[in-house]
Design a protein around this ligand. Structure first.
Ligand SMILES: Cc1ncc(COP(=O)(O)O)c(C=O)c1O
Length: 446
């Protein structure tokens, strides 16, 4: 996406940061969130919206509404609640679809992220003796690594990968992921992946690739991948292409439908502020909406709504992403997510991305002003290849630096072996936050 903002000559001063805040049309959104406090009562400098987003002040009222409706109506709240529970998840579909650039039929909120990845792999990772490999990032989030490893192991032990194509005989089961898992690594002395290298790996493995599953934005480096190119190249060799959008949803502009992505899943407790363990999102491209022959794990909430309560024994899936649901959803979690998505609707994803680019650009500029050989940014400097997070590598993994900035009221996180992740979030972080952070970091490096 190109930003409408003019390039700025940033200045390293509190007054310049204040000027940027004064010009910021989204500045009042900060007031909609509870900012944790330091012991002296001042706001902390909160930069971990990439881990757990802050609480919208409206969440309590949204959840209380459901408590009240439960109190008043009991089971009849499914139809009589202010937001009837029966179709509650549908109220969120449109807003969530907008955030990931999808059609409503392609989007549903359900379960948790890793659960959704598994459910989607049941349908979209169907290895054969010839086509069985999965491509992921070498530094993928551990849960994604465990998920794909266990999927490969599951299929391998059932002989799906082991059948010898030429003689049709089944080889003895092997438990590991040998040969089936391809991990993309940056080049020696580089910190993130080049799209051309991803393309090359896809071409080299060709029709042996069953699935490409990447984090839309890598949790460690903050690199945003070229979704469209990777999807196109993956499809050319006949692979299915899915993304884990944990660090992308609510952070960068997404166009999952237009990019032709097959499936995606994401959590909502990071940039989407739904609270710890909040309900997750799921995308299945429209072209699979009526692929009822795909294997899937079924549950009654994925069953055709017209006949669900006839309690028949034959599963008839709903068209589209909703057909992947299993259970009736947790209403309090939906209410918490709704409070945040209503704020996203008001702010507008495009406006948020615009501010985000400027805010993170300012952080990058200020880090560049520190001139200390002990820190370096490992996130791409091209704003089309990142979201709001910058990952700062600390020389010799000096964790003391992180401890020092934490002591001064900065909430960031340390990721082993040597990275501090900092994510200024456009909904509630200010340019002044970024300025103060850079100043604290500089002082601690002294
Ligand atoms: C990229 C990524 N994948 C998976 C997970 C695991 O999410 P969950 O515990 O909600 O399944 C996380 C959590 O932070 C994540 O960042």
């Amino acid at each position: 996406m190109s930003t409408n903002l003019q390039p700025l000559n940033f200045e390293n001063s509190a007054s310049f940061a204040a000027k940027l805040d004064a010009q910021d049309s989204l500045k009042n959104f900060r007031e909609k969130f509870y900012i944790p406090k330091r012991p002296d009562g001042e706001d902390v400098l909160y930069f971990t919206g990439n881990s757990l987003g802050l609480q919208p002040k409206t969440v309590r009222a949204y959840i209380e509404q459901e408590l009240k409706d439960w109190e008043m109506f009991g089971v009849e709240g499914h139809f009589k609640a202010k937001n009837p529970w029966m179709p509650y998840h549908e109220i969120l579909t449109k807003a969530m679809a907008k955030i990931v650039g999808a059609k409503p039929i392609e989007t549903v909120v359900m379960n948790s992220l890793t659960v959704n990845l598994h459910l989607l792999m049941v349908s979209f990772y169907r290895p054969t003796a010839q086509r069985y490999k999965i491509i992921i990032e070498a530094g993928a989030f551990p849960s994604d690594q465990y998920a794909v490893q266990s999927q490969i192991k599951f299929h391998r032990e059932r002989g799906h990968l082991a059948r010898n194509a030429s003689d049709g005989r089944t080889k003895p089961p092997q438990g590991g992921t040998q040969n089936a898992l391809i991990e993309l690594k940056p080049r020696e002395s580089e910190t993130y992946l080049r799209t051309e290298d991803i393309e090359k790996t896809i071409a080299e493995n060709g029709d042996s690739i069953a699935l490409i599953l990447l984090g839309g934005v890598n949790y460690y480096t903050g690199q945003a991948f070229d979704f469209q190119c990777i999807t196109e190249v993956g499809h050319k060799v006949g692979a299915v292409v899915g993304f884990d959008l944990a660090h992308a949803a609510g952070n960068i502009e997404l166009n999952l439908h237009d990019w032709n992505v097959d499936f995606a899943a994401w959590c909502s407790y990071k940039y989407l502020n739904s609270g710890p363990g909040g309900i997750a999102g799921c995308f299945v491209h429209e072209r699979h909406a009526e692929s009822f022959d795909l294997p899937r794990f079924a549950g009654w909430w994925g069953h055709d709504k017209e006949t669900r309560f006839l309690m028949g024994s034959e599963f008839v899936p709903i068209k589209g992403a909703e057909g992947w649901q299993l259970s009736n959803p947790p209403i309090f979690q939906l209410a918490a997510l709704k409070a945040s998505l209503d704020i996203f609707e008001e702010a507008g994803m495009k406006n948020l991305v615009e501010k985000s680019r400027r805010l993170t650009g300012y952080l990058e500029f200020l880090l560049g002003e520190i001139h200390d050989g002990r820190i370096s940014v490992i996130t791409p400097s091209d704003e089309n290849e990142r979201g709001c997070q910058l990952s700062i590598r600390v020389k010799d993994a000096d964790r003391n630096l992180f401890k020092q900035i934490t002591k001064r009221g900065v909430v960031a996180d340390w990721r082993e072996p040597d990275v501090i992740r900092v994510a200024p979030v456009p909904l509630y972080n200010s340019f002044a936050d970024v300025f103060h952070f850079a100043k604290i970091l500089k002082n601690c490096l002294r």
